[in-house]
Design a protein around this ligand. Structure first.
Ligand code: SF4
Ligand code: SF4
Length: 342
């Protein structure tokens, strides 16, 4: 496709995305009875093995596509606005395009988080055709090391392919904390992302329980420089991380289980990737009553939480009602309480 034609298509897609996102915000402001964002896992397996990660294995099979379609239909019937496909590594699912197409067919916004390793020109074009709207790649360092192989050196060619061929929005997330050796790598990654025309965000890597670990001085400096760069990007709703960077707890109401759902490969609803088991109910049995209960449920892990997407969703309801219920798992046995770190 000619360069100008591709740019025109990218601009048109961006305008349509914005319109859909504005409709999403209006819908969320009118009612609290539907999820705003759901993460779904079509495959738990990953082709990498980052040492800080507790969200992958090296053996799981893909979830059958028909099962994924049923789950997406149920999420659509619950009124879910955005679906983010995550993993493991979602590009390992053999029918990923069909999953994306179905998300769009049910009029939900389609996003994906990938490590980018499996992207090719053909794969990107297929993602365009399927109707993907957002893609995020996290890049952890400039050079691969024993902590993470998601490095700018190994992924830069993939980023160039995306800049050339993707019609969807691309965000590059760089990270500080979690044992990443050189905090300044985050700045290098962010600058490269902006140079290629992508948005750039910075995340603070949670520990194995998704909880706050104070940043060191060098990490904090890099974090603040990245935040200044982020001002020009779409994902600016990361104010909670400023507190985390300074080791300060956040006062907020986590609406996981209601406005945000994490659907594991077994089709169970969890609060988030770090609090699996609560509420632990099959998605196919999840109703608006569950959403209403979890909306009111206090998550005692909230003050030290670093799970960015749940914070971002919660901003839409920050002015709304207090929470007065305790978490209970749907599975048998006594509640053990949510994971907590001191
Ligand atoms: S690429 Fe992503 S899912 Fe895979 S091990 Fe690394 S952080 Fe985990
Ligand atoms: S506060 Fe919410 S998003 Fe954060 S760890 Fe707890 S349940 Fe998960």
């Amino acid at each position: 496709m000619a360069h100008w034609a591709r740019r025109l298509r990218q601009a048109t897609s961006a305008a349509q995305r914005r319109a859909r996102e504005l409709r999403m915000i209006s819908k969320a402001l009118v009612s609290t009875d539907h999820p705003i964002l759901a993460h779904i896992i079509p495959i738990r397996r990953c082709n990498l093995a980052c040492t800080y990660c507790n969200e992958y294995d090296d053996y799981s099979k893909p979830v059958p596509t028909e099962t994924m379609v049923q789950r997406l239909d149920h999420l659509a019937d619950l009124g879910t606005t955005i679906i983010t496909i995550s993993g493991g590594e979602p590009l390992l699912h053999p029918e990923l395009d069909r999953i994306i197409t179905h998300i769009r067919k049910r009029r939900m916004i389609a996003g994906m988080i990938t490590n980018g390793y499996l992207l090719t020109v053909d794969r990107i074009r297929r993602l365009n055709r399927a109707g993907l709207e957002h893609l995020q790649i996290s890049i952890d360092n400039a050079m691969p090391d024993e902590v993470s192989k998601k490095s700018l050196k190994t992924l830069d060619k993939k980023l160039q392919l995306l800049a050339e061929h993707a019609e969807f929005h691309v965000n590059i997330n760089s990270v500080v904390g979690g044992g990443i050796h050189n905090p300044h790598d985050a700045l290098t990654v962010g600058k490269r992302a902006v140079a290629l025309g992508f948005t750039s965000t910075v995340g603070i890597i949670h520990d194995g329980d998704g909880q706050l670990q104070p940043l060191g001085e060098a990490e904090r400096e890099v974090y603040m420089a990245m935040r200044a760069m982020e001002k020009h990007s779409y994902a600016q709703i990361n104010y909670f991380q400023d507190n985390i960077a300074h080791g300060v707890e956040n006062k907020w109401r986590c609406r996981a289980g209601a406005r945000y759902l994490y659907i594991c490969e077994d089709g169970l609803v969890h609060y988030c990737s770090q609090q699996r088991g609560y509420p632990g109910k099959p998605l196919m049995e999840y109703t608006v009553e569950d959403i209403r209960r979890e909306y009111r449920t206090v998550k005692e892990c909230a003050p030290r939480c670093t799970v960015a997407c749940v914070h971002q969703v919660a901003y839409l309801d920050f002015w709304r009602g207090p929470q007065d219920l305790a978490p209970t798992p749907a599975t048998d046995g006594q509640p053990q309480g949510l994971v907590q770190l001191q």
